[in-house]
Design a protein. Structure first.
Length: 256
């Protein structure tokens, strides 16, 4: 367990240790099944895997443990062979899209810019100046006067939907028309002048826009379901025992 986490386990709860143990047992069962299936690994594969886990900042000792590398590779190769034929069809993607369109509905969004100042009088002066100006003037004043991190972008904050900004700021911004300058708004950060650059109406993302996301989601679900089913079959078939009394912590069963 310490090799897996790369640290001592004194601070972990019994529940956390129990879940690590569950994972360890599953790995032992996968490994036994890989052995029975005749899975082997080459020295070249071990060296490549060793470089990979060192690059991923895994426990340093793991990269030096040849048995650990061999076992992990055997499990991964077995799982790859087990899951190689799993795929998601165009029809499955289309059916998911049709049955879950609400998931792909983009709400109303606004593109917003701001000028942030620490002096209210100066903020009021600039706000009066901006009311009669255009976008180019707003960008110029933002670059020259704003204290916000976005000043070098002409004050461009980004695109937001409801509940992504503080309520007092959100209320002001969403009430603006495109190109309109807000009154001076005070917040804990200072005095803001907002400009509503664009308003994007709600729209449904097309199937073409989300098909890759749907495929990834469905593929992951199929993989997890297949692994779970196969693991239950292994647990029923392989002769194994677990002696919880030998642990140094009280084993807690995972809650449903």
């Amino acid at each position: 367990m310490e090799r897996q986490l790369g640290q001592k386990l004194d601070h972990l709860s019994s529940a956390a240790l129990s879940r690590l143990l569950d994972q360890f047992i599953e790995e032992r069962l996968w490994l036994e099944t890989a052995r029975q299936a005749g899975i082997t690994v080459t020295e070249e594969e071990k060296q490549a895997y060793k470089s990979q886990i060192v690059d991923e900042a895994e426990s340093p000792s793991a990269g030096e443990d040849r048995d650990y590398i061999t076992e992990r590779l055997m499990i991964e190769k077995y799982l790859q062979s087990l899951l190689a034929d799993i795929d998601v069809s165009e029809e499955e993607i289309r059916n998911y899209y049709e049955q879950n369109k609400r998931e792909f509905l983009l709400p109303e969004r606004v593109k917003v810019s701001q000028i942030l100042l620490n002096n209210e009088a100066e903020a009021v002066r600039l706000q009066n100046l901006l009311k009669a100006g255009d976008e180019e003037l707003f960008r110029k004043i933002a670059r020259e006067n704003s204290l916000g991190h976005e000043a070098n972008r002409g004050g461009e904050l980004g695109i937001f939907k409801l509940n992504e900004l503080p309520k007092e700021i959100e209320k002001v911004i969403f009430s603006l028309k495109e190109g309109e300058i807000s009154p001076v708004v005070e917040s804990p950060y200072g005095f803001h002048i907002f400009r509503l650059d664009n308003r994007f109406e709600p729209r449904l993302l097309s199937l073409e826009e989300v098909k890759d996301k749907i495929k990834t989601k469905l593929l992951q679900e199929k993989i997890e379901a297949s692994k779970k089913t196969h693991l239950e079959e292994i647990k029923a078939r392989v002769n194994w025992q677990f002696f919880s009394s030998r642990l140094k912590f009280p084993y807690e069963k995972e809650k449903p």
